[in-house]
Design a protein around this ligand. Structure first.
Ligand SMILES: Cc1ncc(COP(=O)(O)O)c(C=O)c1O
Length: 419
């Protein structure tokens, strides 16, 4: 079985026909790229939704670095972060002169172990970043209580999930600060962008100054961001006939696309310069925010579909993290399997691309210089084992239910045949 339409995590997962049209319209209106009313409209919508002050930057990593620059407390320089995270998180901590300290995760939620966070505290601890990994809610109530007990800041990293009004909701309620990303494969996408939301008025004042001092991205760079949906809209359907990849390589080689991560970032270095969120990206993110419930409902449907299919088929050799339930709008559905890497390799031959950059790495993607981000191998054996066994299934807005069924079938066949 080889599919004409790829199943994937990273080939412009939010980009459908509407997204392409909106981007095309923006491409022909360069006067709207840097400045315009959409950025303020996005700020207002987020401020209302989260009841917090909102500061917008060109990426989530910059928003996080801005926060640590704004928290002026030289005697508290350590920030607790979970193992199994993205390199841009420790990079942002380090770019602001702070030190990441890794705490263990719990395998069944892929989120911080509160007990281990407490073990890692020192008199120099400033803050705890709790990451709702792939949209699985972390235990923010316990973390809030812990932070209150020790006088620490709680930062909720909501890059992977933005809550809507469905069901009992804990995400985004307890943090002093909330980090959002509008990156290409995040909860909502503006191609790039990020926000830090503050519930601490003293820090808000300094965040305002950081945002005010941030520079605009160049028009050329914004144009390269805006080309991303268009290049992928052409390349994606060509994957099945072998032309999609060469087209993307060509687009990258001629500089038409901005990479998600630079080589420097993978080496643990981030430029401390901060940039304003381009109005064009705010415009795209704003439309997605208005569709949040629809996007999350789609993710819930796929989460429920995978869960029921996996339970029905009882694919041997696999385990579902216990914290997953059908009402979660997962950013992706993690499954533990033995030989995850070989399975991905086999599925790739069928135009199914499950490498999302979160496999085989505790600080992701694989190949990140662990020394440079202060992670010592062996620190969290749970995370190191889990990341080797994770096989993530897509739940993004352009992944259809029919594709999810096809994926389940292909997965079941691959696991039955052994690979
Ligand atoms: C958990 C997490 N937090 C924060 C970020 C930062 O997002 P951005 O790509 O907008 O810098 C990422 C990005 O990959 C992430 O995975």
């Amino acid at each position: 079985m080889s599919l004409l339409r790829p199943i994937h995590h990273t080939f412009a997962p939010h980009v459908n026909a509407g997204y392409v049209l909106r981007t095309l319209a923006l491409l022909f209106q360069p006067w709207k790229w840097k400045e315009g009313p959409q950025r303020e409209a996005l700020r207002c919508a987020l401020a209302q939704k989260f009841d917090a002050d909102v500061f917008l930057f060109a990426s989530g990593r910059e928003a996080l670095a801005a926060l640590f620059k704004a928290v002026k407390d030289p005697s508290h320089a350590e920030v607790i972060v979970q193992a199994y995270t993205c390199v841009v998180v420790p990079n942002a901590i380090q770019a602001a002169g702070k030190t990441p300290v890794y705490a263990d995760i719990e395998r069944e939620s892929l989120n911080l172990s509160v007990e281990d966070v407490e073990r890692r505290l020192t008199p120099r601890t400033l803050a705890v970043i709790c990451q709702h990994t792939f949209g699985i809610p972390a235990d923010t109530h316990k973390l809030r209580a812990l932070c209150d007990r020790y006088g620490l800041l709680l930062i909720e990293d909501c890059a992977h999930v933005i809550p809507d009004d469905t069901g009992p909701q804990t995400i985004g309620k307890d943090g002093d600060f909330i980090l959002l990303s509008f990156g290409r494969d995040k909860a909502i996408s503006g191609i790039t962008g990020g926000a830090i939301l503050s519930r601490r008025p003293d820090v808000s004042v300094r965040l305002k100054a950081e945002e005010g001092a941030a520079r605009s991205l160049s028009l050329l760079r914004i144009k390269r961001f805006l080309l991303y949906p268009l290049v992928y809209a052409v390349a994606r359907p060509l994957y099945g006939i072998g032309l999609g990849k060469p087209l993307l390589v060509l687009a990258r080689t001629i500089g038409a696309l901005v990479p998600i991560l630079t080589k420097e970032e993978k080496r643990g270095h981030m430029s401390p310069a901060l940039h304003r969120l381009p109005n064009a990206c705010a415009a795209l993110a704003l439309v997605e925010l208005s569709r949040l419930k629809e996007i999350n409902d789609h993710r819930r449907r796929l989460t429920a579909l995978y869960l029921s299919e996996l339970l029905k088929s009882q694919i041997s050799n696999s385990a579902i993290p216990k914290s997953i339930h059908p009402a979660l709008p997962l950013q992706k559905f993690p499954l533990f399997v033995h030989g995850a890497s070989a399975i991905r390799h086999t599925l790739k031959k069928h135009n199914i691309h499950l490498n999302d950059g979160w496999t085989g790495c505790v600080v992701c993607p694989a190949g990140t210089s662990l020394d440079e981000v202060s992670y010592t191998r062996g620190l969290d054996p749970e995370a190191e084992q889990a990341c080797e066994q994770i096989l993530s299934l897509p739940t993004h807005p352009t992944m259809t239910e029919a594709q999810a069924q096809t994926l389940m079938q292909a997965l079941s066949e691959t696991l039955t045949e052994g690979c």
